[in-house]
Design a protein around this ligand. Sequence first.
Ligand SMILES: Nc1ncnc2c1ncn2[C@@H]1O[C@H](COP(=O)(O)OP(=O)(O)OP(=O)(O)O)[C@@H](O)[C@H]1O
Ligand SMILES: [Mg+2]
Ligand SMILES: [Mg+2]
Length: 297
Amino acid sequence: MDIGLLSVSMNVYSTKRIAEEAVKMGHYIELIDHTRCSVKLGGDKPRIFLGEEDITDGFDAVIPRIGAKVTRHGVAIVKQFEMNGVFSTARSLSIARARNKVRTLQIMARKGIPIPETLFSINPDNIGQQIEILGGAPVIIKIQEGTQGLGVILAETKKSAKSIIDTFYKMDTSILMQEYIEESNGEDIRIIVVGNKIVASMKRTSDVEEFRSNIHRGGTTEAIKPSTKEQFIAISAAKHLGLGVAGVDLIRSNRGPLLIEVNASPGLQGIEAATGTNVAKEIILYVERNRKKRRRR
Ligand SMILES: Nc1ncnc2c1ncn2[C@@H]1O[C@H](COP(=O)(O)OP(=O)(O)OP(=O)(O)O)[C@@H](O)[C@H]1O
Ligand SMILES: [Mg+2]
Ligand SMILES: [Mg+2]
């Protein structure tokens, strides 16, 4: 089949790996830099262009790898492929839901998935009370659309929490406050779900003097087998968000595993290295199972 890989560059490990596996499995795959795409509406059928080239009927499936910086445009391009009947490993709505942590947690809360206690507001007038509603300091403060651990802050005292939150509110930056799960001990669990099954799982442990376990923040990795409850949470989370491919992050608390976020374009480098699993191949197999037959016109 002909696959479009929506990503800004082939020089990204995950993009390269997905392309490599697709070719090995006998498919044609092309990089579609969605930041260079235009959509023309009106006329008989909406047309999608990559630069000057009309790629409307060029692909059986698309695999979105949409970065944090260009989510909105990326989502609109994926949406157009979807509306034109092209199979996508991630629906546009699902990408938008996963990108925003509050939106994700709202859906998880509604579905009964355990999450850390979380509060969001934009009101600078009663920050002290907001912290109290959450149970007091220490608190985690997160930018709603942050990634790679950037924009995740641990405020140890109410005083520092207040000044940080006040700054974000005044800057019109959307944040959330969350109870600090101290017993997670700088560790988190990343579970990769493809289709409705778990293909790889790892534990990330933070560097000394760091509570964030992200690899980009110096964390180390180790393959693990998640507990039955963790497996259930990961698979349910991907399903509730409508993601064919998802990187689900959990932390272990005294009251059991808690979901902290879901990533729609999870990085493959760390997880493939830690587990020895060919995640890229799993993604292509998933596309093979689900793509629709192309209707040319
Ligand atoms: N409530 C919490 N209590 C304790 N530690 C937390 C909490 N929330 C996040 N962390 C730590 O901070 C890390 C980063 O948080 P989170 O996964 O929400 O951010 P991110 O920037 O989206 O990360 P990613 O790069 O995985 O997309 C987590 O992996 C975890 O180690
Ligand atoms: Mg994230
Ligand atoms: Mg994370």
